[in-house]
Write a protein that binds this ligand. Structure first.
Ligand SMILES: CC(C)(COP(=O)(O)OP(=O)(O)OC[C@H]1O[C@@H](n2cnc3c(N)ncnc32)[C@H](O)[C@@H]1OP(=O)(O)O)[C@@H](O)C(=O)NCCC(=O)NCCS
Length: 145
């Protein structure tokens, strides 16, 4: 299996990323699609992960005024989880942020994924738990250098 990370550079690429997110966030987790596909999609850098020719994961990096660079929508389709793909997506997004002269990135993951992100060097910014519909989110950050 040959793994590739591709930065989206055409309209179809965003549609492809949205298909993965629809499968993972909307169908699997019950997130309303309008919360998944938001206005930040237009201004974000989207990353697509391929195993050979199959699209298996995605993630995005967004400049948020007054807050900095945000990672979001990290998703790997079920059959490919636990193989290091999520880590690769995050590390690639961090490398893109570094290339933009970022020294820090942040994200708002599901609370239950805090241990996953801690493993990748992220720390809670505060103890705040954000509740959006049935979701519980925390805010985490990582200093890149
Ligand atoms: C979260 C997600 C992206 C992780 O992707 P993945 O490819 O399965 O993760 P990886 O294989 O890269 O795991 C990296 C490390 O984190 C660990 N890990 C993976 N999922 C974990 C979890 N839920 N809790 C704690 N640790 C976890 C792995 O064991 C691995 O540890 P190791 O390096 O010691 O072996 C994937 O499970 C997913 O798409 N989930 C659904 C969508 C979602 O909720 N996304 C997050 C939005 S905030």
């Amino acid at each position: 299996m040959k793994l590739r990370m591709v930065i989206a550079d055409e309209k179809d690429d965003l549609d492809r990323a949205l298909k993965i997110r629809s499968e993972v966030f909307v169908k699997e987790q019950g997130v309303p699609s309008h919360l998944d596909h938001d206005a930040d999609d237009d201004t974000s850098i989207h990353l697509l992960a391929y195993a050979d020719k199959e699209l298996i994961g995605t993630g995005r990096l967004t400049w948020v005024p007054h807050s900095g660079w945000q990672l979001a929508r990290i998703a790997v389709i079920k059959p490919y989880r636990g193989l290091g793909i999520g880590r690769m997506i995050i590390e690639n997004l961090e490398a893109i942020a570094l290339s933009k002269k970022a020294n820090r990135v942040f994200l708002r993951p599901h609370k239950h994924l805090q241990p996953f992100y801690e493993k990748l060097g992220y720390r809670l910014m505060n103890g705040e738990v954000i509740r959006i519909q049935n979701l519980e989110l925390v805010i985490m950050e990582k200093h890149l250098n």
